[in-house]
Design a protein. Structure first.
Lengths: 71, 264
């Protein structure tokens, strides 16, 4: 799965994969951790958890995209 | 049809078109499922079948006529859609990808063909069915080519990350690949066609209203702007229609490609 021989067509494939995966990663991060934060806010009454979760989600998604495609 | 009901609306002021544009009555009274978009979808299938039949049933070595036109489309889909994502597997998937591309394009073109003027994909059920078929195919191929465990492992645990971070990132991968991606696949096509149809209806209604229904010295220039904008937006919409058909087929190729070989 991670052999390091790069076929010529892989270059374009990786770029397009990255470009079209970014929106759904960002959305997923926000929904997942924003949602978790929202639940925490609901249970604990601390409002700050929702924005913290949202930002954490975006940060994680950006980090994931960076590590996957940005080397 | 709905434009007419709008124009005969009792109030004397301009009413912009809204959701009633998409609320079409059954063509045959009593057969509730058989509405205009269903008819257009069937018609589109027939057009694509007839077109491909005419072009590829008896292919000539030196293409002429319809075959010539179809081969331009084929080359485009192969070079821009299939090969970048599928590499050496591209030819095996050309049948599916070419059908999807032509099908979606004809669906969209129905939005600007005079008299017909309804983009099929502006009813979300149509893109959903296509996207769902690709989604099922993607999971089937992934499990077949990477194994039931390998597929989900490759998807959720991309190599080269520090171990503890997987706890946080694997859920994002899962949600992104299995829920958000197919959702956006369908919604992207739907929303573009939906919005485009409303924009065209709005500008042509502005032109019709201020030039024919309520012609006044002050309103006439507005009507002219409406007509000009209708023409300009029709051109723009035709570009978007092509682009969305291309994107839909391209994303299908991308999902298939990622199922055949894990990303690295």
């Amino acid at each position: 799965m991670s052999e390091k021989k790069i076929r010529p067509e892989d270059d374009g494939r990786d770029f397009a994969n990255a470009a079209w995966s970014v929106p759904s990663y960002l959305l997923s991060g926000m929904i997942l951790y924003g949602g978790a934060g929202w639940l925490l806010s609901k249970w604990t009454g601390v409002v700050a958890f929702t924005p913290i979760g949202l930002i954490l989600g975006v940060a994680l998604a950006v980090y994931l995209v960076y590590r996957k495609y940005g080397r | 049809m709905s434009t007419l009901t709008l124009l005969t609306a009792p109030e004397d002021k301009f009413t912009p078109p809204g959701l009633e544009l998409f609320d079409l009555p059954p063509i045959i009274a009593g057969v509730t499922w058989f509405t205009k978009p269903v008819l257009l979808a069937l018609l589109s299938s027939l057009i694509v079948i007839a077109f491909c039949w005419a072009a590829f049933a008896k292919p000539k070595l030196v293409p002429r006529g319809v075959q010539n036109v179809a081969e331009i489309g084929y080359t485009f889909v192969r070079d821009q859609v299939a090969r970048p994502f599928l590499g050496k597997d591209a030819d095996r998937w050309m049948g599916l990808l070419l059908s999807i591309f032509f099908m979606v394009w004809i669906w969209n073109l129905m939005g600007v063909i005079p008299v017909i003027q309804f983009p099929v994909a502006s009813h979300i059920a149509f893109p959903v069915v296509l996207a769902l078929s690709i989604y099922i195919l993607k999971i089937y191929l992934g499990i077949k080519h990477q194994g039931p465990i390998g597929y989900f492992k490759n998807m959720m645990f991309p190599p080269g990350l520090p171990k503890p971070i997987y706890v946080l990132l694997a859920p994002i991968e899962f949600l992104s690949n299995l829920i958000i991606a197919p959702f956006t696949h369908a919604v992207r096509l739907f929303a573009n066609m939906f919005a485009g149809h409303i924009i065209l209806a709005f500008f042509s209604l502005v032109g019709f209203w201020f030039l024919f229904e309520k012609l006044t010295p002050l309103g006439a220039p507005l009507g002219v702007i409406g007509v000009v904008m209708t023409i300009a937006m029709t051109g723009f919409e035709m570009f978007i229609q092509f682009l969305q058909a291309f994107l839909f087929a391209m994303l299908a190729a991308m999902y298939i490609g990622n199922s055949l070989h894990a990303e690295h």
